[in-house]
Write a new protein. Sequence first.
Length: 186
Amino acid sequence: MSSERIELTRDCEVVEVPGGRTLQLTKGTPVSITQALGGSYTLLVHSMGGLFRLDGRDADAIGREVAEEAAAAGDGAGPKTPAELRDDVWAQLKTCFDPEIPVNIVDLGLIYELDVKPDAAGGNVVDVKMTLTAQGCGMGDSIAADAQHKIERLPGVKTAAVQVVWDPPWTPDRISPEGKQLLGIP
C-alpha cells in the first residue's frame, strides 16, 4: 500500500488496532492507508500515532469505492434458518484479517467454534470461539471486534459474541491449503 497522506472527506467510525476501541474520526483528519483486505482498510492516523481499521462501508471517506458486499451488508433479505445463516457467518469471517498477516482468519485456522441459535425474541445469536497465532499477539481485541461487527451486520443476526480462547493452542497445521499457498508454505 502507498503511504500517501490523504484527508478524510467526512466523519467516520474506526476501530483502534490492536485495542478494539471504537472512535469517531472527523472530516479532514490526515491518514495513510497501510492495508486494504477483506473489504476494510487499516489506516495510520498521523495525529494519533496509531493504526485504525475503517470498515468498507466507509471507503468513500478515503476516496475509495464502497464494495458491493459492504454496501449490501445489513440489507434485509428475509429470515434465514440458523443453518443458512451459518454459511453467511463463515463468509463474513473470511473477510476478517489480522492486520499483520495477509490471510483471512478462517484460512489461518483461527476459528475453533461457530454456533448459531435462534433467539426467543426473534433473530439469531451467533457465538464464535477463535484463537490467535500466538498468545502474546496484541491484535486479539481488534480482530475479534472486526469479526463481531461484521457478523452483527448480517440480516437475521440479533447479537454476536466473539471470544478469544487459547485451548487448544494454535499451530500452523490449522492453516488451510489456500492460506498456505498465500503464505508460500508447501
